[in-house]
Write a protein that binds this ligand. Structure first.
Ligand SMILES: NC(=O)c1ccc[n+]([C@@H]2O[C@H](COP(=O)([O-])OP(=O)(O)OC[C@H]3O[C@@H](n4cnc5c(N)ncnc54)[C@H](O)[C@@H]3O)[C@@H](O)[C@H]2O)c1
Ligand SMILES: O=P(O)(O)OC[C@H](O)CO
Length: 333
């Protein structure tokens, strides 16, 4: 048993705290709002992000990052991707020098084009053996309800991934290890953008052929970018690639797919954003990933067109028409 700090009391930070608590660990959950922390400590419920879900009593919430991070051997990072850097700059120095940092985030930073593990390394100075990523088909509400699911624990140092795997394996949560951190992070990031595109197809009223085509071609462009960035192509066949795409693109629980569906129905980004506090990472990452693809000379038409839609330069119908009318080519190139 270890002490784990979970930094971010949103949907996934809270659901992942349940996994840690079920695995027998003491959990310090850091949230920004006093009221959220009080509800977690007194009513054992995160009323805003996981309403109705009883939380184990071994999860203790605090708004004080120093209290959350004290003696934590594992520090789980679960804030929106675009806020990771300022968060780490504010409380990263409080992380124990031997602690392993685990990113739950699925995004690429705007401007720097860095993956979350790179932001962690740059801000904290930690080596790759102290930085891990957990990803896969893990919709927070289903994990919180303890529905069976698998995930990937990726770390460049396999012994650290194996240790985390041991720490996290419960009767409902089955982690696999991988040393391909780049591939795992890109799989999680790009699937959000493909999820937006599939949601657009839903919003336009298209059926399963259209959506399966977008999912499959989305995986192809994810793998192209991944290979250009040194990832193992097999990673995209696994939980971090295909697995997460299937969950996101088929689930009514996915914020990205739902966001896309609303775009497809004609709502604007601002209208949709004003309806929810929860993050749909693909809306920002479509910009950073599109730029990353240009930097690596990789064609990513779905990502590029989703960026145009989000930027207001294209309508949902134009997005679908633009994808279907691209010049014909062989499938595998
Ligand atoms: N929800 C899921 O099912 C799920 C599953 C896997 C991965 N993820 C990833 O986990 C990350 C976190 O997502 P989530 O679902 O918990 O999001 P969320 O929107 O449910 O919660 C985000 C949390 O971050 C807090 N927050 C917002 N702005 C902040 C800031 N500037 N500084 C600090 N905290 C801030 C919010 O108050 C909230 O507690 C994302 O990258 C997401 O892609 C989510
Ligand atoms: O709700 P979404 O779209 O952020 O997706 C949640 C998870 O990443 C699914 O694995």
């Amino acid at each position: 048993m270890v002490t784990a700090a979970v930094m971010g009391a949103g949907s996934w930070g809270t659901a992942f705290s349940i996994v840690l608590a079920d695995a027998g660990h003491d959990v310090h959950l850091w949230g920004r709002r006093e009221e959220t922390c009080e509800n977690i400590n007194e009513r054992h419920e995160n009323t805003e992000y996981l309403p109705g879900q009883e939380l184990p009593g071994t999860i203790r919430a605090t708004t004080d990052p120093a209290e959350a991070l004290a003696d934590a051997a594992i520090v789980v990072l679960a804030v929106p991707s675009q806020t990771l850097r300022p968060n780490l700059e504010s409380w990263g120095h409080l992380i124990e020098p031997s602690a392993v940092m685990v990113s739950l985030m699925k995004g690429v930073e705007l401007g720097s084009h860095m993956r979350m593990s790179e932001v962690i390394a740059e801000v904290t100075g930690a080596g790759p053996e102290r930085i891990a990523v957990i990803t896969g088909p893990n919709l927070a509400k289903e994990i919180a309800r303890r529905e069976p699911a698998a995930a990937v624990v990726a770390c460049a140092d396999e012994s650290v991934a194996l240790q985390l795997q041991k720490y996290l394996h419960t009767t409902a949560f089955r982690p696999y290890t991988n040393t391909d951190v780049v591939g795992c992070e890109l799989g999680g990031t790009v699937k959000n953008i493909i999820g937006l595109a599939v949601g657009v197809c839903d919003g336009l009223g298209f059926g399963d052929n259209t959506k399966a085509s977008v999912i499959t071609r989305g995986l192809a462009e994810t793998a192209r970018l991944g290979m250009a960035m040194g990832a193992d192509p097999m990673t995209f066949m696994g939980l971090a690639g295909l697995g997460d795409l299937v969950a996101t693109c088929s689930s009514p629980l996915s914020r990205n797919r739902t966001f896309g569906e609303k775009l497809g129905r004609g709502m604007t980004v601002d209208e949709i954003t004003s309806q929810t506090r929860q993050v749909a990472e693909g809306v920002k990452s479509c910009v950073s990933v599109a730029e990353l693809s240009e930097m690596h000379g990789v064609e990513m038409p779905i990502v590029e067109h989703v960026r145009a839609l989000v930027d207001g330069h294209m309508t949902p119908t134009e997005l679908v028409n633009a994808l279907i009318s691209r010049s014909a080519k062989p499938e595998t190139r």
